[in-house]
Design a protein around this ligand. Structure first.
Ligand code: ME8
Length: 513
């Protein structure tokens, strides 16, 4: 029986600079969602990559005295390394300078053209090199310094060129119908409302080629033009699914769930479905936009100097700790803030105290009092049943939350069980039972260890390495590290390894150090 397919993507990153925490955030979230579905038995295809064309790349390369491809090679490798360091489980890494991609974009273009949606015109507009986008005059403002800027603050310049256009104006009603009939197409709802109101405001045709630089995919039949970088970039999602080979094995993965930041919703939820409709291709399954991260409430920016290097963060706090923090502390879909205080609070309370201590206390009691083996248990009391039921109930709750990309709620559900298990353990007082009723103590320890097992299974997508260590401690074999956990309860008598702490406390560095 072939399992259900699940295709998920990150945005492809601009390799004109090095990765920052925003890139790491998007990658971690997508990885967590991919790992979750894999664990749930789906046949997952997880794609990431780099978006290597465009004027910005060309200009940065010129400044550095290298070719755009050299720049792309250098920084694409850094992004690829970021994914490895973040323990991302992507199945493919696409670079838009690859031949397979050129073939796909040119074919998409031909199909849109064959459908009558591409025509040659002339374009004049206010162009921001930084955003790689034209802006309406009404969207720009002239500052006190006499420089005209777009809403996000980068300077714009007047550019005129012969350009191909995509007949976006013809797709307004179809897009509105899409949002209406399939409200899950753009999530969260705030983002859907934003794009719907943008579309309702009226769509103009979109300029989709450039003649003022040449670092891009040539337009089929007119290589004076290179394609607008967003036509090129968005197509990566179908390139990796084997397009134009619609009979190929890979094509079975399309359509995808696109995880993106809220800054690029318009491209994904307006332009991209319009291109696909025009080319007669299936639309994405969903576009989910997460929020922006800021540093202690301040917007991260190179000029403010508060851009956080994800590698430094991992070094300081540990990879799984960083993954956990961002997934648990930020409501996925909303903006989020991070600070040293917030990260260390999560590490010490949720990980070290709540889960770490539960595991450590129960497993070391087992090591000491139960011969280092999974204890034999007697009949379960109402309390035992209640905590086991809560633990076994995690799976359904997580499936529901993760299906809607509510990552933080899935983790909250797990930590509710952890809290309940701590109350159970404290309330049962197994250390006191040791003298009065050793058989009952064994049952309490069994139940606690079983909850630890279920929790460890559940947190694998979020903290793969720590979860694996915990599962080692309760001797769960590799083939049993999957959901539908109640069918694989711990077997009394199984030999357990010597318990070790899995979640160390974060200790502040000495003030004078
Ligand atoms: O936009 N907080 O690439 P990119 C959270 N190449 N996420 C952030 C962030 C922040 N402060 N800053 C960036 C591009 N991101 C295009 C995408 S897709 C066909 C082409 C995240 O490298 C956010 O998800 O500038 C953003 O969408 C992504 O990084 C890529 O940014």
């Amino acid at each position: 029986m072939s399992s259900e397919r699940f295709y998920i993507t990150t945005p492809i990153f601009y390799p004109n600079g090095v990765p920052h925490i925003g890139h790491a955030y998007t990658a971690i979230a997508t990885d967590v969602l991919a790992r979750f579905q894999r664990l749930d038995g789906k046949d997952v295809f997880f794609l990431s990559g780099t978006d290597e064309h465009g004027q910005k790349m060309q200009q940065t390369a010129e400044k550095d005295g290298i070719t755009p491809l050299q720049l792309a090679d250098r920084n694409s490798a850094v992004f690829r390394d970021m994914l490895v360091r973040l323990n991302c489980s992507n199945d493919d890494f696409i670079r838009t300078t690859e031949e397979r991609h050129k073939i796909a974009v040119q074919e998409l273009w031909r199909r849109m053209e064959a459908n009558g949606d591409i025509y040659l015109g002339k374009y004049g507009g206010w162009y921001s090199v930084r955003q790689e986008a034209y802006f309406d005059e009404s969207e720009t403002t002239v500052g006190e310094d006499g420089v005209r800027r777009e809403p996000l603050g980068s300077p714009v310049e007047w550019v005129e060129e012969e350009s191909y256009y995509f007949r976006l104006s013809a797709y307004g009603d179809k897009l509105l119908e899409l949002y209406e009939k399939n409200p899950g197409f753009v999530m969260p709802a705030e983002r859907r409302n934003e794009v719907a109101s943008f579309v309702r405001g009226g769509l103009k045709d979109l300029s989709i080629s450039r003649t003022t630089f040449d670092w891009g995919v040539p337009v089929p039949g007119n290589d004076k033009h290179v394609m607008y970088v967003w036509v090129d970039a968005l197509t990566n999602y179908i390139t990796a699914a084997g397009f134009p080979d619609e009979n190929g094995e890979k094509w079975g993965y399309w359509p995808a769930l696109h995880i993106i930041g809220k800054d690029i919703v318009r491209f994904h939820a307006v332009y991209w479905p319009a291109f696909l409709m025009s080319a007669g291709l299936e639309l994405p399954a969903r576009v989910f936009a997460h929020g922006f991260l800021n540093n202690k409430g301040e917007k991260m920016s190179k000029s403010v100097g508060n851009v956080v290097d994800p590698f430094a963060l991992i070094e300081e706090y540990g990879l799984d700790q960083v993954r956990y923090f961002f997934m648990r502390d930020v409501s996925f879909g909303q903006d989020g803030a991070y600070s040293h205080e917030a990260i260390t609070a999560r590490i010490n309370s949720d990980l070290a105290n709540d889960l770490g201590n539960l595991a450590q206390r129960s497993l070391s009691m087992i090591a000491k009092n139960c011969d280092g083996k999974v204890p034999e248990h007697g009949d379960f009391t109402a309390e035992d049943d209640a905590i086991l039921k809560a633990a076994y109930g995690i799976y359904d709750r997580m499936v529901a939350e993760m299906g809607n990309q509510q990552i933080h709620k899935a983790l909250a559900a797990v930590w509710e069980v952890v809290a309940e298990a701590n109350r159970y353990f404290a309330g049962q007082e197994p250390w006191a039972l040791k003298k009065t009723d050793p058989a009952r103590m064994a049952t309490v320890l069994y139940v606690t260890a079983e909850v630890v097992r279920v929790v460890a299974i559940a947190i694998q997508p979020f903290m793969p390495e720590s979860a694996a260590k915990l599962l080692d401690l309760v001797a769960v074999p590799a083939d049993k590290r999957v959901f539908h956990v109640e069918k694989a309860a711990l077997v009394p008598g199984t030999e357990l390894p010597k318990p070790e702490g899995v979640f160390p406390r974060y200790v502040e560095k000495d003030a004078e150090a």
